[in-house]
Structures are given as structure tokens and as C-alpha cells.
Design a binder for this molecule. Structure first.
Ligand code: COA
Length: 415
């Protein structure tokens, strides 16, 4: 049995944030019914197409283990089918632009009338307030949630990150909200509304920078490189390049071959507890007892010099040799791994973190499997559905329509 077995999800999501959430719930065992516009479907099916005529990787990698039902929710018969779905399902998940569901005639009040146990979960760009009506995509959320202003180098513009913290990050927040609401419903018998705003989720993931904003009011941020460089701080948490976000200074350093390979780098953390080992490894034993280097506060103004010296050593090793040498000494380091290296890493295949899936239109492709492993709820990643692949099956098995009724639904153009 799977953790969420028996839970039916009316998946009205599209693009990335909502589908991330419902894919996770599907992996945990929920029956996820993806509702898509007839003939059109989720816009990502045909975005960034790499195999002509096939669903894109963008779509397939976000919609595994789901069933697809086409339904025109603006058609009268379509609305009746949707009502039946609302009555039958436990959770409705959507990430339409603000107001779209109300315009369809499915306000929260109406949904509660139809099914008081329904949990209605939404992703929106912003929570209630001046921007609540805005449409929002990933990078807008990264900018509005504080991530971009604190990412990048001090002398450069704000930067967005490659990790999709606005979309996938919000989807993960929403999934947690949904299972929490399901847990509460066990006791109260009532559904509730769950909202994850992309700005809130990005800010939640950027909380150490709000921490630093408040520390900045008390004085300079001594663990930031600019402190040692004598560059004054402004009013807001600055961009800190690759400085560590925690109390143990760290940097990205070049490794052997960096001139040819853009990913021949390592992250190196000068954790206080292993300072002696670091000094020995890099060939600077004199720093162990020298009062100008021996304590963390003494080192803070000299981070450029210290990391420069460590880099002289890392440049003589590959990123994997650095790992092999430092790990046994408990020195925290990490190679910069490219997507190519990750795709080819056997240990990630063994754990199901990266899986190969077969698809009737596109053949074999790689995807990221379930990132959370439950010992008693196994995940088998199944290919994403074709558009409307399960329409008849859902109408009959889930909603109980007879073959004649299904024919008349089809004739109405609702599916
Ligand atoms: N049948 C009939 N109509 C349907 C339908 C269906 N099955 N599914 C969607 N539609 C309609 C909607 O009702 C809406 O119509 P309306 O504008 O008349 O109300 C229309 O399709 C477009 O939906 P919308 O959500 O506005 O899509 P968009 O492509 O214009 O905007 C986003 C995309 C992502 C910007 C927007 O949905 C959004 O801001 N979502 C919330 C934040 C979010 O999740 N962003 C990240 C996405 S990864």
C-alpha cells in the first residue's frame, strides 16, 4: 500500500508549480486526475519541444503517475462533469491566474456547497495585498521573494538561480499544506482552503537573508567577503557571491583543469572544528598556532588571503581528488557537478533519484524521481499521460457515467 492510497486529487494545475505538487502526491500514492482543456492541454506539452509531435520533456518530467481527463470547464455539460468531480474528489489543486476559478463558476463557497470535505489548494504569485491579482512566473517570484537581490556578486546585477525555487519550491510548500489539511480533516471532517504564494515560498527559502538584514542593523556582516575587503555595507542585505550563508566561511575554488572545464571547481568550507586539518592539508601548518589565523574571528578579515591559499592547493587536484582527500578528515567540501555528470551518476540511478522512463511518443528519457523516500511507500515512476488518455476510464470508473451518458458528453463537446 502507498501512503496516500485512496486519496483522489482533482488536478487543475498547469505549467510547473502546481504540477510539481500533484506529481509528488501521485508518487505518494494519490490518484491524480489531471483536467486539461480538450485539444489543447497543459501549455507545457508543446513548449520547448525536442521531439516533433511528442509531448515535451517540460511536460513529461512534471506529470508522471497522473491520469489525463480532457474537459471544457466553460461548457455547460463540462461544468456538470466538473461538479461531479468536485463531489467525488478529496482535494482540488489549481494554479490558474487569480480569479479564473471564480469566472468558471467554481468559487470556494460553491466548492464547499458541493463538497464540505474538499480541500482546495492553490498556488498564486502573491498572497492577499497590493499584488494579489498579478500573474506570476518563476523569475518574477525569485525577484519579488528576496532571492534575486541577494544572489550574484556585489559588483553585478541581481541574479536568478537555476533552481526553480519559485515554481517547484512553491509546489513543495503546497504539497505539505495539502497533506496537513488532510490530516486535520481526519479529526474535523471538514475541508479547508490551502494557499501557497510564490513570493512567500521564495522568502521562506531565503530566510537567512532576512536574518542578515536584521543583523546588518547591528553592524557589518563580518562573514561576508566584503567585510575583509573593506567595502562598506549599504542598507540592505548585499549580494555575497559564493560566500557561505552560514557561520562557517566557504567559497567556490578552482580545481585542476578549470581552464578547460567550466565545472572544475569545488565548494570548500573552513569549518572551525577542522581548521588544524585544513592547515595541514594545504601545506600551511604555521597557521595552526599563529594568533592571526588560529581563531575564527581572527580569520574573518582575511578570507580572501585564506581562500586564495587554499585555492593554490585545490588547483593541484581534481574536484574529486579534493573530495577524496578532505572527506576522511571531515573537511566539508563538494564538487561542482554538472547536469551531465549527475545524469550519468550510477548511485543516483540506484536510489531512484534519477530514473529512465519509456514514453510511446518520445522513447526513453531521463527524469528526476521522487526526492523524498518513504520506507513503507515505494515509488515506481510511470510515464506522463497523453492528452485525454484516461477520459473515458475516468468518466466511467470514477464518476459512474454509463456508456450512453459518455456518448452524450462527447457529443456536447465537453471532453
Ligand atoms: N476548460 C476551459 N477553460 C480553461 C480550462 C479548461 N479545462 N483550463 C483553463 N482554462 C481557462 C481559464 O479559466 C482561464 O480563462 P479566463 O482567463 O477566461 O478566466 C484561461 O484558461 C487561462 O488561464 P490562466 O491561468 O490565466 O493561464 P495563462 O496562461 O494566461 O497564465 C500563469 C499562466 C502561470 C501566469 C497564471 O496561471 C498564473 O499566474 N498562475 C498562478 C501563479 C503560478 O502558478 N505561476 C507559476 C506557473 S509555473
Amino acid at each position: 500500500m502507498k501512503a496516500l492510497e485512496g486519496v483522489k486529487i482533482l488536478d487543475f494545475t498547469h505549467v510547473q508549480s502546481g504540477p510539481t505538487c500533484t506529481q509528488l502526491l501521485a508518487w505518494f500514492g494519490a490518484d491524480v486526475i489531471k483536467v486539461e482543456r480538450p485539444g489543447v492541454g497543459d501549455a507545457t506539452r508543446k513548449q520547448l519541444v525536442d521531439v516533433e509531435g511528442a509531448d515535451s520533456l517540460y511536460f513529461t518530467m512534471l506529470n508522471h503517475n497522473k491520469r489525463s481527463l480532457t474537459l471544457n470547464s466553460k461548457n455547460e455539460t463540462g461544468k456538470q462533469v466538473l461538479e461531479r468531480l468536485v463531489k467525488t474528489c478529496d482535494v482540488m489543486v489549481e494554479n490558474f491566474a487569480p480569479g479564473a476559478l471564480d469566472r468558471m463558476g467554481f468559487s470556494w463557497e460553491r466548492i464547499q456547497e458541493l463538497n464540505p470535505r474538499m480541500i482546495m489548494a492553490s498556488v498564486k504569485g502573491f498572497g492577499p495585498g497590493p499584488y494579489e491579482d498579478c500573474k506570476v512566473y518563476e523569475n518574477v517570484a525569485q525577484c519579488a521573494g528576496g532571492s534575486a537581490s541577494t544572489t550574484g556578486f556585489l559588483d553585478g546585477p541581481p541574479l536568478v538561480t537555476g533552481a526553480q525555487i519559485g515554481d517547484s519550491g512553491t509546489g513543495l510548500h503546497l504539497a505539505l499544506g495539502i497533506v496537513t489539511a488532510l490530516f486535520q480533516r481526519e479529526k474535523t471532517g471538514r475541508g479547508q482552503k490551502v494557499l501557497a504564494a510564490m513570493q512567500d515560498s521564495v522568502l521562506n527559502l531565503s530566510r537567512v537573508k532576512l536574518r542578515d538584514q536584521q543583523r546588518l542593523e547591528k553592524g557589518p556582516l563580518t562573514e561576508y567577503s566584503q567585510y575583509g575587503e573593506g567595502i562598506p555595507f549599504g542598507e540592505a542585505t548585499p549580494r555575497a557571491g559564493n560566500d557561505s550563508g552560514g557561520g562557517q566561511p566557504g567559497r567556490i575554488l578552482k580545481c585542476k583543469g578549470w581552464e578547460r572545464d567550466p565545472n572544475s571547481y569545488t565548494y570548500f568550507i573552513t569549518q572551525a572544528a577542522v581548521w588544524q586539518q585544513i592547515c595541514d592539508v594545504i601545506g600551511a601548518p604555521e597557521w595552526k598556532e599563529d594568533e592571526n589565523y588560529a581563531t575564527p574571528p581572527a580569520r574573518l578579515p582575511k578570507l580572501n588571503e585564506i581562500f586564495g591559499r587554499i585555492e593554490q592547493w585545490t588547483m593541484t587536484k581534481t574536484k574529486f581528488e579534493v573530495m577524496d582527500i578532505c572527506n576522511p578528515l571531515n573537511i566539508p567540501v563538494g564538487p561542482i557537478l554538472s547536469m551531465k555528470e549527475l545524469a550519468e551518476e550510477p548511485s543516483l540511478r540506484d536510489t531512484g533519484t534519477i530514473v529512465e522512463v519509456d514514453h510511446p511518443e518520445r522513447g526513453k528519457y531521463l527524469t528526476v524521481g521522487c526526492p523524498v523516500k518513504l520506507s513503507d511507500s515505494d515509488v515506481a515512476v510511470e510515464r506522463s499521460p497523453l492528452l485525454g488518455e484516461h477520459t473515458d476510464e475516468i468518466l466511467s470508473e470514477v464518476l459512474g457515467y454509463s456508456p450512453e451518458e459518455i456518448s452524450s458528453i462527447r457529443e456536447s463537446g465537453a471532453v
